[in-house]
Design a protein around this ligand. Structure first.
Ligand SMILES: C[S@@+](CC[C@H](N)C(=O)[O-])C[C@H]1O[C@@H](n2cnc3c(N)ncnc32)[C@H](O)[C@@H]1O
Length: 283
């Protein structure tokens, strides 16, 4: 189901030092919110704030972050929102090592798929920033299996939570198919080369799949913010071109340049967008 561990490692285990060169200082690998700022670091904090508000995170709540990346969101919740008990799950060993190295109090990070996760204790709040893109492969979606995979995911998260829980969610959206051959080819290339086994979602898929477990309280789309985020990643990648070519080889640089350039075009031309959701558990 969805991206396998080997496929996830293709996407996230190039090297932690490589991603550190062009992401923000906390290493968010997802869209920031550029309201009132052009600065990537500030935009990422605004995104983390939005997600914590959507999940109604407060210090006494036990919080789960699904697809926790290198720990940016967990670090924010612990250091800025006063959370004392946070668990992250990721399929990337390199990411879990980075979280361990941050030595955050009250934090556990596990290398496990959401599909196998069986927590001993329930959670009061859940966040997940752009993990759902790994739940269905393009092939599964073509066979019409994606909605039941997403529904099964939302059911699991419901089972892991206490009554009254809120869920702050973010997903990349695929909005329309490119009309020209270059864009079609590049988007296909990103899907299979950079994020094998992954597929961005359609907004209507999420709306169908949350039922009957979660009530949609709020949705906000942020297509232009993701265009700006990927544009800034591309600018920072290019600034580090010489070091990247020397340390990880020409192919890594040219692949990541092509991928980020394709993303900037994809958001600009409405092929893709981004959605943030506040969900409330139906009790
Ligand atoms: C695009 S990254 C986002 C990371 C982080 N949330 C952020 O905002 O930077 C997607 C994350 O989902 C994780 N992931 C992918 N498939 C997963 C699965 N089946 N179970 C748990 N995590 C998964 C990856 O390991 C990665 O940490």
């Amino acid at each position: 189901m969805g991206s396998t561990q080997e496929e996830v490692e293709v996407s996230y285990d190039v090297s932690n030092e490589f991603f550190r060169l062009w992401l923000d200082e906390r290493m968010n690998y997802t869209c920031g919110i550029f309201d009132g700022t052009d600065n990537l670091e500030e935009a990422q904090v605004k995104k983390l704030e939005w997600i914590s508000n959507a999940a109604k995170v407060t210090p006494e709540k036990r919080v789960l972050d699904i697809g926790c990346g290198w720990g940016a969101n967990i670090e924010y919740m612990v250091t800025t929102r006063g959370v004392k008990d946070a668990t992250g799950i990721t399929l990337s060993r390199a990411q879990a090592e980075e979280i361990g190295a941050r030595k955050l109090p009250g934090v556990e990070a596990h290398v496990i798929s959401y599909a196998d996760f069986q927590p001993e204790q329930k959670f009061d709040a859940v966040t997940s920033i752009c993990m759902m893109e790994h739940i269905s492969t393009p092939e599964q979606a073509r066979k019409g299996e994606h909605i039941s995979l997403y529904r099964d995911y939302f059911k699991k998260v419901w089972e892991w939570t206490n009554p009254g829980a809120h869920f702050g969610l973010q997903t990349i959206l695929r909005n329309r198919v490119p009309r020209n051959r270059t864009d079609l080819r590049d988007i296909g290339w990103v899907t299979y080369k950079i994020f094998p086994g992954g597929l961005s979602l359609r907004l209507e898929d999420v709306i169908m799949a949350v039922n009957p477990h979660w009530e949609v309280m709020e949705i906000r789309t942020r297509r232009e913010d993701y265009g700006k985020t990927t544009g800034e990643w591309l600018r920072r990648l290019r600034l580090n071109e010489a070091a990247i070519r020397e340390k990880w080889g020409d192919e890594v640089f040219t692949d990541y340049e092509r991928y980020l350039d394709t993303c900037v075009r994809g958001f600009d031309k409405h092929y893709q967008s981004l959605a943030q959701y506040s969900l409330r558990r139906i009790d």
